[in-house]
Design a protein around this ligand. Structure first.
Ligand code: IFM
Length: 466
């Protein structure tokens, strides 16, 4: 299938200076998990638990990026990416959360320099879920001390790269780290303890605030913020009080639990009440919310799907991702009939417009970036250098139009990062799900840009699409 050229006179033109990028994360692409002093992370441990990760996959070989980063930067240059969002691995920088290791630091130093030499802006994320196992052994994010250790690690890496990294993200998707990791047990560290999850929410946010201070002190020239995965949540029946109540609770747990303390300096009152049995207020000390609400330069929004929820289980409903914290808070996700990706997630571009408009309307003004958006589809490379991923092209096209609609609606949206540059380790799904615009053959480590990569490259080139 040929790639349709984006027309010179674009129908959908993004603002001048719009940032076009792609994103990855350390554990998902680097491999080399036991070299240069790197210590085990919670994900290394979790992968060894039988049944935790499909096929018994592990962080090896991933996309072998630790050794092939030079080739990968060349690929990015060929695609015309303006920015690359990657994460730094805490267990490489401070193995066992102990003293800094210069070999880990040197790797990111080389990566950043290579990006800059290729004209690509480095965007670094400090935490994309690879907590050093030693810290988990001491309670992990349920332990307040982890927030201070995170600030220590941040100081090491920010003071090394702060003169060159353009933008820092403290945390990626703290909802996943806390809720999937400590309540639902489907991400590392695999705990199923709602109280620990609620403690983790607060300590992750505290770590974010402490790291913001580190970035301000050690990288005064760079931008800094936080990335949240936000979900539009709508009622199955807008006339049903039970469904509206389910929306309130689920929107609270997915979105407001993070947006409000960071952007408004307070946890929402209804959630403090909902979470009283799990002790949210017990963890909040004087001054914490001031630290957590330190002013940001930008908010990263990761968007994949929305939820249509109901408070009344019936045929065709299933307890969904939001049903995480015990029987009293279960909501049920209904089948809204939308097409789905290979992950089973609804393809719902309008939800992206809605969630961006919502942040714009309801929270203090802040520049927004889509720091992740993407889809898994069953891609195949047949040895002829072609991967026809037209589903992903359609996904990208519709979501970029949705992002543009948000801009027309007044949203200060300044950039878009596709998830992901490379096929990679998709957490509990292992290597079975491919999100990349570049295909990775895990046997040979051969990279093959998919049709979507060529399509995206044209969009970048035209700063828009026809
Ligand atoms: O692969 C993940 C990424 O690590 C965080 N956001 C969602 C992606 C797709 O599941």
């Amino acid at each position: 299938m040929s790639v349709q050229p984006a027309e010179a006179a674009t129908e959908v033109a993004f603002p001048p200076g719009f940032v076009w990028g792609a994103a990855t994360a350390a554990f998902q692409i680097e491999g080399s998990t036991t070299v240069d002093g790197r210590s085990p992370s919670v994900w290394d441990t979790f992968c060894r638990q039988p049944g935790a990760v499909v096929n018994g996959d592990t962080g090896e070989p991933a996309a072998d990026h630790y050794r092939r980063y030079g080739e990968d930067v060349e690929l990015m240059r060929d695609l015309g990416l303006g920015a690359y969002r990657f994460s730094t691995a805490w267990p490489r920088i401070r193995p066992d959360a102990g003293e800094p290791d210069s070999r880990g630091l040197d790797f990111y130093d080389r990566l950043v320099d290579r990006l800059l030499a290729a004209g690509i802006a480095p965007w670094a994320t400090l935490y994309h879920w690879d907590l050093p196992q030693t810290l988990e052994d001491d309670g992990g994010w349920a332990n307040r001390d982890t927030a201070y250790r995170f600030a220590e690690y941040a100081e090491t890496i920010v003071s090394r790269l702060g003169d060159r990294v353009v933008s820092w993200t403290t945390l990626n998707e703290p909802w996943c780290a806390a809720i999937l990791g400590y309540a639902q047990g489907i991400h590392a560290p695999g705990r199923t303890d709602p109280k620990a999850a609620v403690a983790a929410v607060h300590h992750l946010l505290l770590g974010h605030g402490l790291a913001m201070d580190v970035i301000r002190r050690h990288a005064p020239g760079s931008k800094a913020g936080l990335t949240l995965n936000l979900f539009p949540v709508v009622p199955a029946d807008p006339g049903s009080a039970a469904d509206l109540e389910a929306v309130r609770r689920i929107d609270g747990l997915q979105n407001r639990l993070f947006l409000d303390p960071v952007l408004r300096g307070a946890y929402p009152e209804d959630l403090v009440e909902d979470l009283a049995p799990f002790g949210l207020a017990d963890h909040v000390r004087a001054g914490d919310l001031g630290v957590i609400s330190a002013p940001l330069d930008l908010l990263g929004v990761n968007y994949y799907r929305g939820y249509q929820v109901t408070g009344t289980p019936r045929e065709g409903t299933e307890p969904g991702g939001p049903a995480w914290i015990g029987a009293e808070t279960v909501a049920f996700v209904t089948d809204d009939g939308l097409p789905r990706t290979e992950s089973g997630w609804q393809v719902q571009p309008d939800g992206l417009t809605d969630i961006l408009l919502r942040v714009h309307r309801e929270y203090p003004a802040i520049p927004l970036y889509i720091t992740e958006n993407g889809a898994a589809y069953p891609d195949h490379e047949h040895g002829d250098g072609q991967v026809d991923d037209h589903d992903r092209v359609a996904f990208l096209d519709s979501h970029l139009r949705a992002a543009h609609a948000a801009i027309l609606g007044g949203v200060d949206l300044r950039g878009y990062f596709y998830w992901s540059l490379l096929d990679n380790f998709e957490w509990a799904e292992g290597y079975a799900k491919r999100f990349g615009i570049v295909h990775v053959d895990y046997e040979t480590q051969r990279r093959t840009p998919k049709q979507s990569a060529r399509w995206y490259s044209q969009v970048i080139n035209h700063n828009g699409l026809g």
